[in-house]
Design a binder for this molecule. Structure first.
Ligand SMILES: [Zn+2]
Length: 410
């Protein structure tokens, strides 16, 4: 029986979202939190994009140091041999790649305007897989963009070609959120059966079904005899109406009616990190968590009406499916209502020492404190908002990695 793994794509799909973005330090913290949570893989960025190079290389160093382990760090590129070669030029240490190309007639003819046909698309993809293999890529995922609007016969042919050239996973992308649970179940099952590769399910929320489609797709892949890798983003942040929310997917997999009896996670997920992760992503993206967000919304465990309040006080399971403490909620948070000393790009040593002292961080000497402060200033230039405690602690603990992350040389 196949198992369910999570691949989080916040640092790729999430940051592609219009009007939103993350600093390189914020992206790094997200990788750290995802690793702590037990997520299998982070799609951590764009190896062909020059301003990502230092960030990607610094994160691979963190993986080598054991800080980002066992999570796998995988780069997302277009499925062309040129993109593969550029990736290895800019990020020679890259080990995992996902190669993406449009497979639907709508996109092939609508984007390439008659210059490419399905057989050319397959050839571009297999050339890219060959190039990735030749350069020593350890795992190669092949993404069928707009898979849900692709004729199934071609999709299977495309997937089999990817497998024959050495791809390790096939990603079915419901790029426009067009599927429903019934269609995606059938498609995912057929793809798993006929291509015979571990399969990723990548869903969007244009019709409000990203999480339910992810669950149905996962069932299809496992019933088709393969492991499934569900793509998620934190708080569902992603292009347009967003992606499948990480926490909602895990809750659906582990707590929805009868599902977990047959369909199991391949790696333990520590749900107690959910609250911290959702809050950090909300702060970093500057997007509030909706009041009714599953698990982490302000109202997810709030009760007002007489019957509900009475019921939940007698036994929480009368009106709650799961316990808030399981998600890392329930501790009181202090909000400063008086004087506040914040980090900033023009900060000085006195304020900085105060902030670090509050967190019981002490420096060996004045020079060391000044060095870390300088990095904190640069981090603030990028983020344009006060750093959170974990960002400050990260910089103090890994100053050389932070220096690399913060290096942007146009
Ligand atoms: Zn997407």
């Amino acid at each position: 029986m196949g198992k369910i793994y999570i691949i989080d794509v916040t640092n790729r799909d999430g940051v592609q979202t219009a009007k939103l973005g993350l600093s390189k330090l914020e992206k790094t913290l997200i990788n750290v939190y995802l690793n702590e949570m037990g997520v299998y893989q982070s799609e951590f960025g764009f190896p062909t994009t020059r301003h990502e190079s230092h960030y990607l290389r610094a994160n691979i160093k963190l993986a080598e140091m054991g800080v980002l382990s066992p999570i796998l760090l995988e780069g997302w590129i277009r499925a062309t041999s040129e993109d593969v070669e550029t990736s290895f030029k800019l990020v020679p240490e890259i080990k995992h790649l996902n190669l993406s190309i449009s497979t639907s007639d709508q996109m092939i003819y609508g984007k390439f305007l008659g210059k490419k046909h399905p057989k050319d698309i397959t050839k571009m993809m297999t050339d890219a897989v060959d190039a990735a293999k030749a350069l020593g890529t350890e795992s190669i995922g092949v993404n069928a963009e707009d898979g849900s609007r692709t004729e199934i016969g071609y999709l299977i042919e495309f997937g089999i070609a990817a497998k024959e050239h050495g791809a390790t996973r096939f990603r079915y992308c419901d790029t426009l959120g067009y599927d429903n649970p019934f269609t995606i179940y059938n498609t995912a099952r057929r793809l798993a059966e006929e291509i015979g590769l571990p399969t990723e399910i990548h869903c969007h929320g244009d019709l409000g079904m990203a999480v339910s489609n992810s669950l149905a797709g996962a069932k299809g892949v496992i019933d088709g005899g393969q492991d499934v890798y569900i793509n998620t983003t934190i708080n569902g942040i992603g292009e347009r109406a967003g992606n499948a929310d990480l926490l909602a997917v895990i809750l659906a997999v582990t707590k929805s009616k009868g599902f977990a009896e047959n369909y199991k996670l391949g790696r333990h997920i520590d749900l107690s990190k959910s609250w911290k992760l959702a809050k950090f992503a909300s702060y970093a993206f500057d997007v509030p968590i909706p009041i009714n967000q599953p698990g982490v919304g302000a109202n997810a465990f709030a009760h007002a009406s007489g019957i509900h309040a009475d019921g939940v006080l007698k036994d929480p399971f009368n009106y709650e499916l799961y316990d808030f403490a399981e998600l890392g909620r329930g501790e009181a948070e202090t909000v400063e209502t008086g004087r506040e000393i914040c980090s900033g790009e023009y900060g000085g040593i006195s304020g900085f020492s105060h902030i670090m002292g509050e967190m019981a961080v002490h420096f060996d000497d004045a020079q060391q404190a000044e060095n870390v402060l300088e990095l904190v200033r640069y981090a603030n230039v990028e983020s344009q908002k006060p750093l959170v405690a974990d960002e400050l602690l990260f910089i103090a603990k890994y100053p050389e990695i932070a220096r690399e992350l913060l290096t942007l040389t146009p």
